[in-house]
Design a protein around this ligand. Structure first.
Ligand SMILES: Nc1ncnc2c1ncn2[C@@H]1O[C@H](COP(=O)(O)OP(=O)(O)O)[C@@H](O)[C@H]1O
Ligand SMILES: [Mg+2]
Length: 159
């Protein structure tokens, strides 16, 4: 597991940009953390690094937003998804065929997600603006890239 710390929202966006530097088409990122942890902030920094100019906003009500940059960025929020059939309606395997997909509250719908993904858990630190980001590679594609990811995240690693 890779653990990073930030103490500003821009710091979290910069960490996300470092992750975006190592993604490939078809990647799935599962964002886990309470309301206000920084899942949307992470997605903003991520999308910006992939050349998305539009403002990235929370898809809490729309469930899914799609942005175009150097790669397509699919941004989902599973907070309100309650059943497996609702989760299946999001058609995540189809979304994954095109670009990169980030799912906030992805832990809500884990059974509907491909096993191969990077989990990013964001928790609060001691100060109001402190955040801890824990990266866990689930499945072979992220496991095989964990060194590359660790190198990209070196600036913010705490252990
Ligand atoms: N280090 C930090 N990383 C991310 N967000 C931070 C940080 N410090 C303060 N914040 C604030 O926390 C809030 C995170 O909100 P948001 O990204 O919408 O969270 P989530 O999508 O997890 O509910 C924003 O208001 C942001 O400005
Ligand atoms: Mg959010």
């Amino acid at each position: 597991m890779i653990v990073c710390a930030t103490d500003t929202v821009e710091g979290t966006r910069a960490v996300a940009a470092a992750v975006a530097a190592v993604v490939v088409e078809g990647d799935l990122l599962v964002l886990v953390g309470d309301l206000g942890a920084g899942k949307t902030a992470f997605t903003q920094g991520f999308a910006r690094r992939l050349g998305v100019d539009e403002p990235v906003t929370s898809p809490t009500f729309t469930l899914a937003n799609r942005y175009s940059g150097s790669m397509t960025v699919n941004h989902l929020d599973a907070y309100r998804v309650e059943t497996l059939s609702e989760a299946e309606d999001l058609a995540i395997p189809e979304l994954l065929e095109d670009g990169i997909t980030l799912v906030e509250w992805g832990d809500n719908i884990l059974p509907a997600l491909p096993a191969d993904h990077l989990q990013i858990r964001i928790t609060l630190g001691e100060g109001d603006d402190d955040r801890i980001l824990q990266f866990t590679a689930a499945g072979s594609t992220w496991r095989s890239r964990s060194l590359t990811l660790a190198e990209s995240l070196d600036t913010w690693r705490v252990r």
